[in-house]
Design a protein around this ligand. Sequence first.
Ligand code: K1U
Ligand code: ZN
Length: 173
Amino acid sequence: MAVLPILTYPDERLRKKAIPVQDIHSDRIRQLVKDMAETMYQAHGVGLAATQVDVHERVVVMDVSETRDTLHVLINPEIIWSSEHMRFSEEGCLSVPDIYDKIERAEEVTVRALNEKGESFELKASGLLAVCIQHELDHLQGRVFFERLSPLKRDRIKTKILKTHISTRRTDS
Ligand code: K1U
Ligand code: ZN
């Protein structure tokens, strides 16, 4: 297994739209899932989308358990139902370090996906798991969480990140 480098905003590769996995039973996908899980656990995240490790196929791993022993693997996930009821909750992102804000999302969702064995399953989620599913599926669409904020808030965050990005690049050279 390997810990993979996580892309950070404003890397343009985070904007790429992921395509469905075709070769679900391949060693490549089996290894990708293992490496993504290791990367997520090592980064202390509750989720990770393949986009974040520069693989533009529809693969997500998640574990919102306190004991860190309940891994969910979602291949070719699609949200098939969202509650009308919305809820704000605090989000962060491994690809957008040090930025946190309250994002409004559906309180409950049902996702349909394939597991590592290629079997189809449905998962109805609420709470942190529902937030995580929506956050990760946004990544697969090339979207990061703060782009769901108002244009004013989004621009403030972008400016803050770009300032840090430019000053870090200056001190690197
Ligand atoms: O995709 C990512 O960048 C991972 C991200 C997913 C996330 C899920 C739900 C809410 C916010 C973000 C994280 O894992 S952020 C870090 C984290 O460990 C965490 C976030 C919320 C609650 C508990 C932990
Ligand atoms: Zn994220």
